[in-house]
Write a protein that binds this ligand. Sequence first.
Ligand SMILES: Nc1ncnc2c1ncn2[C@@H]1O[C@H](COP(=O)(O)OP(=O)(O)O)[C@@H](O)[C@H]1O
Ligand SMILES: [Mg+2]
Length: 501
Amino acid sequence: MKSPLRILLLEDDAHDAELVRELLEADHLACEVVRAQTRAEFLGALESGGIDLILADYQLPSFDGLSALKLALSERPDVPFIFVSGTLGEEVAIEALKIGATDYVLKTRLSRLVPSVQRALREARDRAERKNAEEALRRSEMYLAEAQRVSRTGSFGWNFSSGEIYWSEETYRIFECEPTIKPTVQLVIDRAHPDDRMHLRQIIDRAATERREFAAEHRLMMDNGSVKHVRIVAHPSTEGDPEGVVFVGAVIDITERKRAEEERERLLELEADLARMNRVSMMGELAASLAHEIKQPMAAAAINADACTRWLRSEPPGVAEAREAAAAVAAAVMRAAAIIDRVSSLYRRGAPERELVDVNEIIRGLTVLLGDRANRSSISIRAELTPGLPRTTADRVQLQQVLMNLMLNGIEAMQDTGGELTVASKRSEDGQLLISVSDLGHGISIDEAKRIFEAFFTTKPKGTGMGLSICRRIISSHGGSIWASPNTGRGATFQFTLPPT
Ligand SMILES: Nc1ncnc2c1ncn2[C@@H]1O[C@H](COP(=O)(O)OP(=O)(O)O)[C@@H](O)[C@H]1O
Ligand SMILES: [Mg+2]
């Protein structure tokens, strides 16, 4: 059920008031009449609100209709106001309508009251609806403009029959044009980067002839010489102009995205460079170990070769001894070759290769290779390897790189003090391969522990800060994880997991 009409009736004559009410009710207008006789009563009723309609006499003992009208217009401009009076002269009536009264009804012709009230209410309702619609439209336009701004997406319409182009505020902003300028196809092309103009022209021409949707990315050249990247998408639409085809589309400023992409690419390249450098500096370390490792079998080979020659020269030649010495030469050379083999696997470059890898074997190899480097700093390397561990599918060279980074870090942490580096392998409780590298060095603070895996984080004067970030990348690409923790005593422990095969 509709709630009853609330009518504010300014009327001093009780009889007339009753008459008005009866008239309205006779026409089935459910209404609730609030009667006022003075200014104070009238204002009070206005202020308490909820009034749908005002009916007012023109002359009252202590108040007058025209003042009431002005008051109503300032307080409740939307509420229809109808004069109901016996004394309203034509001039006054016209004056009242001019000021803003909705209508007037003479008490001598009260039959007009109901139609007048109904018309006033209808009009008020239409006005309210229009206002709501306008408000909704205004709001949605505001949201749209705001959304366009935050997403850096402008919109446009291009009418083929009239040639007219519409730009949204954001489109103007992207093209950096004054909103008073009329957009044209030429302007769009002039704004494009000189190198992109031809291409853009082709795209626009094709769109115009084929009237098919299109998308393009090109650069804009701004007045100050700066360059923007935009993406344009549009499709033909018959909405908004039933006569002709309108291209409706969006211009998206993708400059920042492009820049971020370029930045990321540069960082990746830099990272790759540093990873290569990291490998190269590791190779330097290895070359030193290698030289040392190989010296010993080479010396043995030389001594034995010498002995062999001497046995052969002696009279009679000591053939059996010479044979033995020659065999010793061969054995020493084989040993040297084995060492070189082990190292040369580290030099291999190229695409990562996955194969079945025994982590214990890698650890053993590195223990030997870094043994000399560790010795020079009075550091011993201990391997605590669990026998019979399952193998893992991995890139051997990359795993060597991880272990070498961790072991070299451990050695560097004990550089000045000496100590012991422990490398251990086992199976974790959840079945993963778990490898740990522990040192007795200066250790890591809680604060550092959070940041050491970040690229470029280093506390060393000649550090690159890439070692651990490379380790993390390699381990996670193998489906494992890596973490660091301070030891309860001295030093730090680095651990990583790998999935078993
Ligand atoms: N075993 C360790 N003991 C103490 N600090 C370490 C250890 N390993 C790494 N760090 C810390 O982590 C930092 C980053 O290591 P890393 O990424 O290998 O780069 P870099 O060795 O070039 O500094 C080191 O500078 C050091 O501060
Ligand atoms: Mg390092």
